[in-house]
Structure formats: C-alpha cells, structure tokens
Design a protein around this ligand. Structure first.
Ligand SMILES: Cc1ncc(COP(=O)(O)O)c(C=O)c1O
Length: 410
C-alpha cells in the first residue's frame, strides 16, 4: 500500500528547538542530489567514489565467512574504542604517510565525518573560532555550524594554505580577543580545491599553530590517492602532540561501510572514546571486521593503485575537456590526486544562480558558496571527476561550457 505524502503543515515544534539548530541547514550539495541523480543529468557535483574495481565476489564470500565463523562476535556490541586488530592495521595504513602511532591512540569512528563531529564537540563552545582553508569541506562547515563555532577562512593558492595568511588570521583573532580553538585543514588533494599543501609549508603551519596554541585537525581521506603513487608527510608526523588526525576507508575502500578513525594524543583520545560512547555506544562491529579482513587478506594497496589509475584517467578527461570547451576567462586548478577540480568563472557570473539553468541543460556541479562559511565564492564551482565515465565527463563539461557562454552573453 502506498501512503500519500502528508500535506505541509507549519512545524508545531518550531519553538522548542535548541538554539544551536539554527546553524543546521541542508547543504546545497544534498539539496541537489535529487535532481542531479536523474540519468539524463551528467552529475559533476557529488564526491562518490567509483567502486567498480572492488572485488565484489570475494568480498561477499568473505562477509559470509565472517558471519558463519565469527557471527556471535560480528553481530554483537563491542568497545567504543574500536576493534584492537583494526586499530593495529590502521597504524600500518598511517605509516605510509610517515606516522608512527600506537593502536591505543586510534579511535574507530563511523566515517571520518563522525570524527569531525566528535572533535568539534570536544573542543568548541559557541562563539569559539575555527580557522579553515577558504574554501573548505562542506561537511566540516556543517559540524562547526552545529556547534555554533565561528569559521575564519584562510586563503589558499596553488600550493595550499598560505602560511602568512594563517599567521595574520591568528594574530587578528588574538587582537580581537577571540579564542581560536582549531585549525581544520585538508592538506592532500583538498576538497573542494584539489590542491595539495606544499612540503615546505607543512612544518611552518604546524609551527605557527603551536606558537598560537591552536590545535591542528588534519583531515586526510584522499592522501593515498595521489596519481604518481607518492604520499606526502602527514602534519601528524611532524607534531604528535598538537595534531589530531582524521582518516577514512571511504575513498580507498567503501564509503557505505562507514569506517573511519581519529588518531589523537592520549588525553584527547580518552575523551573521544567517552564522546563516542554517548553518540553511538560503539562503531559497527561487522563493518570493522569486514575492513579488517579486507586489509589482512587483500592486496589493498594494489587495489588503491587501480583506483588511482581510474581517477587519473577521469582527471585527464576533465582537464582536456575544460581546455577545449571552457570560455575565455575561466581558470581551474590541476589536481595531482583525489576527486576535484575547482573552477573560477569570469566576473559577473554567479554560480549558485546559474545552477538551475545548468541542471536544465543536463549538467550539475557544486556551486562555490557552499564551501565558505560566509557564503562567498559566488564565482567558483567544484567539479568532481571521480564517478562519471570519461565520456560523460567530456559531455558534462561541454554542456557546462555552453551554459557559461550563454550566461556571459546575457
Ligand atoms: C575532506 C573530507 N573529509 C571527510 C569526509 C567524510 O568522509 P567519511 O565518508 O569518512 O565520513 C569527506 C567526504 O567526502 C571529505 O571530502
């Protein structure tokens, strides 16, 4: 039986919500999903990884075996800290980026998004300042807003966050009597800009934060997806005390399993486990066992190389199409890994206002304003090349360029 959609009524609970819910708004990207998901629309909007290279047959046999042989553990509650074996394996993953860590200091979370939420919950009171690259990851901005933290953006260039700009922002906040609690940064293959923080800037940024007594939150879901197969030294490898590191299996294995982690100094880690307990008791046991078995029995690094090749081919298709079709005056970043290209369009075009016209022309993107807490970024847009085929990417960029041309001639 289909139940009819209930008629709209004004929310009878509107006077009851906690004040902090005022900062909770649907992300522009989520609002787009329903239209962008239509098959005739080429979606360059979302950041869904391409899972086609996963060994589904082997995985399903493995999941069946976990349940058959270890089901009473796999389907049971477990520790809020995460399974010990998986925490050890996570330390091996992080070693690829120069991190030396003890498994006790790893807390497994429900995706790194939950790590972000818990870290913000632990550190931010209403009105506290979080400094972040401008632009920054929408999901992080959502968490900061939910805890009523104020975001101050620091400019980036093609080498990532600009250290002098960071220093100036921290000095200004200190002069204004503001309490800056966190620097939130995505050093590798940044979302949304695609840019990677230059090696020479890493130690400087860590040093500036130490000098201003600001905790660094390093969010690194894309670090193993560099197209040349190289990794970059994690900020955490430069400072094990003042950096909290967030990791994820979403982009290197499977986002649907929702397994991520936080690596934190001991005292913070203890508080994180308590926060984890109150949020969800424990991360899903079965999913942790699936990830753990995958890491133990698969050539997972070889599989990541396959993903990387796939993404590189798509990146190349996107860059070639941008070069070929985009009108003069448009510029874009050239990512060395990850999922995203960040485009700047000519003066006079507002990418948010243009979006419905783009969707009508059967192409979707993420408009720039969603990536800034102050909703600036009207001349920018993010294109994702991770999911569509190279042919669809070319067609999508061709359609987008036509929309931009007509926008410019309006
Ligand atoms: C920079 C960044 N951080 C965190 C996340 C969330 O990842 P997860 O699936 O691990 O929650 C994403 C997802 O797109 C991301 O781009």
């Amino acid at each position: 039986m289909t139940v009819p959609v209930p008629p709209y009524v004004p929310d009878p609970h509107r006077d009851r919500y906690a004040v902090r819910t005022a900062g909770m708004t649907a992300s522009e990207i989520r609002a787009l999903f329903s239209v962008a998901g239509r098959p005739e629309v080429v979606s360059l909007a979302g950041g869904m990884p391409n899972l086609a290279a996963l060994p589904l047959g082997t995985l399903s046999a493995q999941v069946a075996r976990i349940i058959a042989e270890d089901g009473l553990t796999a389907l049971q509650y477990a520790s809020a800290h995460g399974l010990p074996l998986l925490r050890e394996q996570i330390c091996d993953v992080m070693a690829l980026e120069g991190i030396t860590a003890h498994p006790d200091d790893v807390v497994v979370t429900v995706g790194s998004q939950m790590g972000l939420d818990l870290v913000t919950r632990l550190f931010c009171d209403p009105g506290d300042v979080v400094v972040a690259e401008g632009p920054s990851y929408v999901g992080a901005l959502g968490s900061f807003a939910a805890y009523q933290a104020q975001v101050v953006h620091v400019a980036m260039d093609e080498h990532g966050m600009v250290p002098q700009e960071l220093r100036a922002a921290l000095r200004e906040a200190a002069n204004a009597g503001q309490r800056v609690k966190l620097l939130y940064t995505i050093p590798n293959f940044h979302n949304p800009s695609g840019v990677t923080l230059a090696a020479g800037r890493r130690a400087e940024i860590v040093e500036i934060c130490r000098a201003y007594d600001v905790l660094v939150v390093e969010d690194n879901p894309y670090g193993l997806l560099g197209f040349d197969g190289r990794t970059h030294p994690a900020l955490r490898s430069l400072d094990p005390v003042n950096v909290v590191y967030l990791g994820s299996f979403s982009k290197t294995f499977a986002p649907g399993l929702r397994v991520g982690w936080v690596l934190a100094p001991r005292a913070v880690r203890e508080k994180l486990v308590l926060a984890m307990e109150s949020a969800t008791l424990c991360p899903p046991t079965l999913n942790q066992m699936i990830v753990s078995r995958y890491l133990a029995t698969h050539d997972w690094q070889g599989r990541i190389s396959v993903f990387r090749e796939d993404y590189r081919e798509r990146r190349d298709a996107m860059l070639a199409a941008l070069e070929r079709y985009m009108p003069p005056g448009c510029t874009w970043t050239v990512p060395d890994g990850g999922f995203y290209v960040w485009v700047t369009v000519p003066e006079g075009v507002d990418t948010k206002a243009m979006l419905p016209r783009a969707v009508a022309a059967r192409v979707a993107y993420a408009s720039g304003s969603g990536f800034y807490a102050d909703k600036s970024g009207g001349r920018r847009l993010r294109l994702s090349y991770c999911y569509p085929t190279p042919e669809r990417i070319r067609e999508g960029v061709r359609r987008l360029a036509a929309v931009l041309e007509s926008e410019l001639s309006r």
